[in-house]
Write a protein that binds this ligand. Structure first.
Ligand code: NAP
Ligand code: HSE
Length: 432
């Protein structure tokens, strides 16, 4: 009978140090749940001289990955180094050495997930990645188990803590973008390169992982339409508010007979929608299933201990499988072939903010563009512009295809009366 499971921890930053803290502070709870001790035997770091606040003995730290991979007493590897540089190789080497892997690495899982899961199956090892999406929210397990019997038609989510934190601080505390990003970095929410957060890439990676699970198909990163938060112009947040909306960086994925569509972009969310009330680093994913109807999962999307909770949850699952001899017994083959929807099959409402010359007949010229493209308007508002010679016109459309939206934008940009298309957003929810 086994009395102990030894773990190798790759990385001791925001998440890794949280994992160690939970595994030390909650050791008795883990033992009660598993019937054996679970101990961190070695920790891989880049810089051995860095001062670290931990109860782990100094001797467990190493900068030599092979020392961990070649240690036959280690059954499980936790990869929380992050990034692409050598992490895929470290996961592969662990699996090939017959060690199960728990990772929080969405960069790797979004691109190489299917390949690595097949490698895990082939080596009869577990590969768990709960913390790669939604920090401390058990999203992956809900997709894989809780909603396993349902057919999910769409999901919309705030899946990046950093951008949600920035938008909240800018709106509620009037903080500058730079200051809010600096705070998110200080608190350990932002990626090593925060452009992955603000440009929407981190959220796109998470949407690849979620959509692949939700639709049982291998969604690729290139399938995701991405716009970053730099698209949000001065005044947009206040304008959204005046129409009853909140601006959020949101991911959306949908599937029907035409295929799948996945996007990450700043969107207008009606204030009555639960996602509009998700603030700071919190994340939430709103799911539509044929049987369950509508359901939302909510919780901290980033941060040391919340993320480490998901990682250690995976550790418990992997240890249970080890003790039962059940590891690597899960099939990961997708049910459906990947088919991506064309732009003329993706429908939504849109918000367009346009700077125009303040002249007679301008509005007629603009509305003619929408008519030509078969796009129907729900709201038309004109505001004074910054100078006496210009004005701002706001249109909110009824549902139209993304292709129509793009065609309208192209015509607007070429129209004589238009000085600039200042901003445009997809409008989430509230009209079928
Ligand atoms: P982090 O604070 O930058 O920590 C990275 C750790 O890995 C450091 O201890 C670093 O060593 C070590 N490391 C990096 N490259 C290494 C290498 N080549 N060889 C050896 N050690 C290396 O990162 P983090 O925020 O904990 O994120 C870790 C992972 O979790 C990432 O995949 C991230 O996307 C994911 N994640 C993070 C959060 C969050 O809130 N932070 C939430 C969910 C998921 P040194 O200490 O010596 O520099
Ligand atoms: N940088 C990520 C975020 C960490 O802000 O959501 C959690 O994945």
């Amino acid at each position: 009978m086994r009395k102990e499971i030894q773990v190798g921890l790759l990385g001791f930053g925001t998440v890794g140090s949280g994992v160690a803290k939970i595994m030390i502070d909650h050791q008795q709870d883990l033992q009660h749940k598993l019937g054996v001790e679970v101990n961190i035997k070695k920790v891989l770091v880049r810089n051995l001289t860095k001062k670290r606040e931990t109860d782990l003995p100094i001797e467990v730290f190493t900068d030599n990955l092979d020392e961990i991979l070649n240690d036959s007493s280690i059954d499980l590897i936790i990869e929380v180094m992050g990034g692409m540089n050598g992490t895929k190789e470290a996961i592969e080497a662990s699996l090939r050495a017959g060690k199960g892997v728990v990772t929080a690495n969405k960069d790797v899982m979004a691109v190489y997930g299917p390949e690595l899961l097949r490698l895990a199956d082939a080596n009869k090892c577990d590969l768990f990645y709960e913390a790669s999406v939604g920090g401390g929210i058990p999203l992956i397990r809900t997709m894989e188990d809780g909603l396993a019997s349902d057919r999910i038609s769409s999901l919309t989510g705030i899946v990046n803590g950093t951008t949600n934190f920035i938008l909240t601080k800018m709106k509620q505390e009037n903080m500058s973008y730079e200051e809010a990003l600096a705070q998110a970095t200080e608190l350990g929410f932002a990626e090593a390169d925060p452009s992955a957060d603000v440009d929407g890439i981190d959220a796109a990676r998470k949407m690849v992982i979620l959509a692949s699970l939700a639709f049982s198909t291998e969604v690729q990163l290139d399938d995701v339409f991405v716009r970053g938060m730099k698209e949000i112009q001065d005044g947009d947040v206040e304008l959204a508010e005046s129409f009853g909306y909140t601006v959020k960086m949101a991911g959306h994925a949908e599937k029907d007979e035409e295929g799948i569509a996945v996007s990450v972009e700043p969107v207008f969310i009606p204030n009555s929608h639960p996602l509009a009330s998700v603030h700071n680093e919190y994340n939430a994913v709103y799911i539509y299933g044929a049987a369950v109807g509508e359901t939302m999962l909510y919780g901290p999307g980033a941060g040391s201990l919340p993320t480490a909770t998901s990682v250690t949850g995976d550790v418990v699952a992997a240890c249970r499988n080890l003790l039962l001899g059940m590891n690597g017994k899960r099939s990961h083959s997708p049910q459906h072939e990947r088919k991506v929807k064309d732009d003329d099959k993706r429908f939504s409402r849109y918000f367009h903010r346009i700077l125009v010359k303040d002249e007679v007949g301008v509005l007629t010229q603009l509305t003619a563009i929408y008519s030509r493209q078969g796009a129907s308007l729900a709201t038309v508002i004109q505001h004074p512009g910054k100078s006496e010679r210009d004005a701002e016109v706001i249109f909110i459309t009824h549902r139209m295809s993304r292709q129509q939206h793009l065609d309208v934008l192209k015509e607007l940009e070429e129209a004589d009366a238009v000085i600039d298309v200042l901003s445009h957003y997809r409008v989430e929810g509230d009209e079928k």
